[in-house]
Design a binder for this molecule. Structure first.
Ligand code: BGC
Length: 927
């Protein structure tokens, strides 16, 4: 099997995606695109440090370079002089940065949200204004895993330094454009306050993001991005605001009225920029033919068919996203005034050209979930009688009613059982009609009636007696020689309780520096012919903690703003091939959580406040990866909508809001073929998601037909209904059909989990363990690990290699370290800016004294020769030696949570000699 990874095309597609995800919110006086040959003065320190992504596991793609917006403009200047950057100002920023270095923060989740801004003198501004035609002000923000944004200055709000910069630049320049290099939306009142002429959301575009933004600034690409979230006037306007940020509990009182669903129904005045908003350098005319139905009766497979003509009526070629929103009748169930049901983007249309877009919209996609039985049809997806209006256009506010269909009877499209509902009483928002008016009211939320425990007990899978080992392998199953059940029946109890484990992080059984190995991770499992699969973070490129370079892609929010699922699909196909090249089989993404609130730190990894956009984007990524025989894991299932308290928080959510909003995107992707899911660290309606039967079995598998694997988040707590939660409650996980615990240090390590003991005392059945083994094996059979093991070699030919990307998987030798151990460093050649890699295989986790023996070159006793030791790719500690020419020892403390660790020294200077690195265990690791 042969694949070609053409980096030239990979890069072009990524840059195209970035360009298409740029959202132009304002462009007064046609300030943009930049006129040919014009000079721009770039303000803001972020011009020298582009945020390629947010932080945490999703932001740790190890790249060879990052191209920021100014870098790209400078390159353009060099290439054809079509734009010039005013150098003295640029040099001033670079000079200032020497004494005001960029603050990376220390450790995990501690990167600051923003950076100190360079104070501007009036002279700097007037000087720049007299040489430049326009000011570009770049403002950046970071946030991410374990770190929500906050409604403070420097996060959601501008800092005093940034406001001062805007004030001065506004006073000095006739034309000012602001570019936001951010993962989340921020407060936008500054646009009015400082009368900014043009505003562009550039988002976080991955390692080549600057090129995409520059292409829009120069007009090489006409902007066609559209907001995937509503921007309200104030953070307090968001309906979830009162119930966001508490570490213990989040009551989703706004129910289905998330984002524009709330604003368009109840609070239109509070919107600054509506969902879907985004300007172009040209104009389009969109007209629709009459809508029709695919068949006369309304059933689950009836669709509304709409045909729209889009014509470029301006002077510049461009693309246009077209969105269809439905206004369903407000009946027994309260409904939002608009719901996005479908979208497509045109191809590039030259002025005067037009394109017809056809939309087939299944009724199921805009049905309501009735968990109350109010419609008299039982529980499930219903459409109520009345007139359904279809609004066509781009943003939710300006889309015009283009078709209407009347349904004469209420119809049940799909009955479902009540599952996963809340156990805690609360009042939820609803829309009540009186005459023509819709009023916001609160009503009691229906509570869960049946227990998940009872449901599980009624549906236990058959336990097959364990047979002797007949020597059947997974290949025999694939070849149809034996059924999967017979194959699994050969597994001993020990094997069944091993296959539920993932080994990591940094397992030596798979590509170094990845998140986990799974499947055939023990000799016994291997003897059944089960290959080992490799999982790795995601979602915006591979996180290879080994130091191997990987491609970093634009982030989720940016991709959603493209409204171009086929483009996202083509981009992720390159990632799929890059994964093949690195023997990575599952990328831990896409991130599918809903932007319930703008301050969620991980919004950058997720797509949107809308589930249809989320589902379509996630599905596009899956399709692409699967074409390369690899796949992705939808995460974090579900309601991981804030980082504060993410290990324990309990989101309290109605069943309707779950089905219509928070699970909907997952449902779209799963029904489209997605086959791997990661649960959250937290609870959902009282029960930890990792042990949640309704989530992982009743809904995911029984309702949506999912036939893949579910994994926990890394070192998650597990518990089932009413149970005690712990990291070792593997039985609860298997009962729920969450198949894999992520992760244990070594496949066969005794970590005190309760799988085997629960099997022996009967609270976990053999059938449940066999079912999980089946899920894991069936999954592996479909992908690259199986192909490599049994079918054929997978070759990846690299074309137009990106510098530093050629290497493929790193080969690391792991040295075993007991409670003490020494790594010989006498052969290491220390060279400035070089890295030296090694691996350790710790026999015991815990706290270690780590002592480096080194010697600084003689000459100056005050000279400092330091080196930073990285564990995986995170800086862990630094060692320092004086220029004495004598051997010395420097000791630091390190806590090891992983057995297999890829480490490296980074050298800041030549002239340091090293002898050895000694490890001594000094403390236990307590849970
Ligand atoms: C994150 C996941 C990630 C995993 C492995 C967790 O901390 O929540 O999104 O995939 O770590 O790195």
């Amino acid at each position: 099997m042969k694949f070609t990874l053409d980096y030239k095309k990979y890069k072009e597609t990524a840059i195209q995606a970035v360009a298409e995800g740029q959202v132009l919110l304002k462009n007064e006086g046609d300030v943009l695109p930049l006129k040919k040959g014009c000079t721009v003065a770039v303000f803001g320190r972020i011009q020298t440090h582009y945020y390629k992504s947010g932080t945490g596991s999703g932001g740790m793609v190890n790249v060879n370079r990052v191209v920021g917006i100014t870098d790209a403009l400078l390159e353009q200047e060099e290439k054809d002089g079509s734009v010039k950057v005013y150098r003295p100002l640029y040099e001033t920023y670079r000079e200032w940065e020497k004494t005001n270095p960029f603050d990376e923060g220390v450790g995990w989740g501690n990167d600051p949200w923003s950076q100190k801004e360079m104070p501007l003198t009036d002279k700097q501004v007037t000087d720049a204004a007299s040489h430049a035609d326009l000011a570009l002000v770049i403002i950046g923000r970071s946030a991410g895993e374990d770190r929500d944004n906050s409604a403070e200055e420097g996060s959601f709000l501008l800092t005093a330094g940034e406001r001062d910069m805007l004030k001065k630049v506004r006073a000095g320049f006739d034309r000012v454009a602001v570019i936001l290099n951010v993962g989340n939306i921020i407060d936008m009142n500054f646009v009015e306050e400082y009368k900014i002429d043009a505003v562009l959301y550039a988002w976080q575009g991955g390692m080549l993001g600057g090129y995409g933004t520059a292409a829009v600034l120069t007009g090489a690409v006409n902007p066609s991005g559209a907001l995937s979230d509503t921007i309200a006037r104030s953070i307090t306007d968001y309906p979830s605001h009162q119930n966001f940020g508490d570490p213990e509990e989040a009551v989703y009182a706004e129910d289905i009225f998330v984002g524009y669903r709330y604003f368009e129904t109840f609070a239109r005045d509070k919107v600054l920029y509506p969902f879907g908003y985004g300007l172009s350098y040209t104009d389009f005319d969109v007209t629709c033919k009459k809508a029709s139905l695919s068949k006369k009766t309304v059933t689950s497979d009836t669709s509304v068919i709409l045909e729209c003509k889009v014509k470029n009526i301006g002077k510049t070629p461009g693309k246009k996203p077209v969105m269809i929103y439905v206004k369903a009748p407000n009946g027994k169930l309260g409904k939002p005034s608009r719901v996005l049901v479908s979208f497509q983007k045109t191809g590039e249309l030259a002025p005067g050209r037009e394109q017809t877009l056809s939309f087939h919209i299944p009724f199921y996609d805009f049905a309501s979930f009735d968990e109350t039985g109010k419609c008299g049809l039982g529980t499930g997806s219903v459409v109520e009688k009345g007139v359904y209006e279809f609004y066509v256009g781009q943003d939710v506010r300006s889309a015009v009613c283009s078709a209407a269909i009347e349904i004469s009877e209420d119809a049940m499209l799909h009955p479902y059982e009540n599952a996963l509902g809340p156990v805690k009483p609360f009042k939820r928002m609803t829309a009540v009609s009186s005459g023509n008016r819709i009023t916001l009211k609160y009503e009691d939320t229906p509570l869960r009636k049946d227990t998940m425990t009872e449901r599980r007990k009624k549906r236990l899978p058959v336990s097959r007696p364990i047979t002797k080992d007949h020597g059947y392998t997974l290949l025999d199953v694939k070849k149809g020689r034996i059924p999967m059940e017979e194959f699994i029946a050969q597994f001993t109890e020990e094997e069944l309780t091993t296959i539920i484990r993932g080994e990591g992080m940094g397992s030596s059984q798979v590509t170094p520096g990845t998140a986990s190995a799974f499947g055939g991770i023990s000799p016994a499992l291997k003897s059944h012919g089960i290959p080992v699969g490799c999982m790795d973070d995601g979602p915006s490129g591979m996180r290879l903690d080994s130091g191997v370079k990987a491609f970093s892609l634009p982030n989720g929010t940016l991709l959603a703003c493209t409204f171009n699922a086929p483009l996202v699909e083509s981009l992720y196909h390159f990632l799929g091939i890059e994964m093949l090249k690195n023997n990575v089989d599952v990328i831990l993404g896409p991130g599918m959580n809903i932007h319930r609130h703008p301050l969620n730190g991980r919004n950058f990894e997720y797509f949107s406040e809308d589930p249809v956009l989320t589902g379509q984007m996630g599905l596009a990524q899956f399709r692409a990866l699967q074409k390369a025989h690899v796949t992705g894991a939808l995460k974090h299932f579900s309601c991981n909508n804030q980082e504060t308290g993410r290990q324990k928080i309990d989101p309290v959510v109605s069943e309707r809001a779950l089905r219509e909003i928070y699970l909907k995107g997952y449902e779209i992707a799963v029904r489209g073929g997605a086959d791997s899911v990661m649960t959250t660290y937290c609870r959902l309606n009282g029960t930890w998601t990792s042990g949640n039967y309704d989530l992982n079995t009743t809904i995911l598998r029984d309702e949506w037909g999912f036939e893949g694997i579910v994994m926990t988040d890394w070192w998650a707590n597990i518990s089932d209904e009413n149970g005690e939660n712990s990291k070792t409650n593997f039985a609860a996980m298997v009962r729920a059909q969450n198949d894999l615990y992520m992760c244990v240090p070594g496949a066969l390590d005794d970590i005190g989990d309760n799988a085997l003991s629960s099997l022996k005392e009967g609270s976990l059945t053999l059938g449940e363990l066999q079912r999980t083994a089946k899920n894991v094996c069936t999954f592996l059979m479909k992908y690259a690990p199986f192909i490599r093991a049994y079918e054929e070699e997978i070759k990846v030919e690299v074309k137009n290699a990106e510098e530093g990307f050629e290497s493929g998987p790193l080969k690391i030798e792991y040295q075993k370290i007991g409670t003490t151990g020494t790594i010989d460093l006498s052969k290491v050649k220390v060279k400035k800016n070089d890295d030296w890699y090694f691996g350790i295989d710790l026999q015991e986790l815990g706290d270690y004294e780590v002592t480096l023996t080194g010697c600084g070159k003689a000459g100056n006793e005050l000279a400092q020769f330091s080196t930073v030791l990285f564990v995986h790719v995170l800086p862990a500690c630094s060692f320092s030696f004086r220029g004495t020419g004598e051997w010395a020892k420097d000791t630091q403390m390190l806590r090891f949570l992983n057995k297999m660790n890829i480490m490296h020294f980074h050298f800041t200077l030549d002239g340091l000699s090293l002898k050895e690195l000694h490890f001594k265990k000094v403390g236990e690791l307590h849970q």
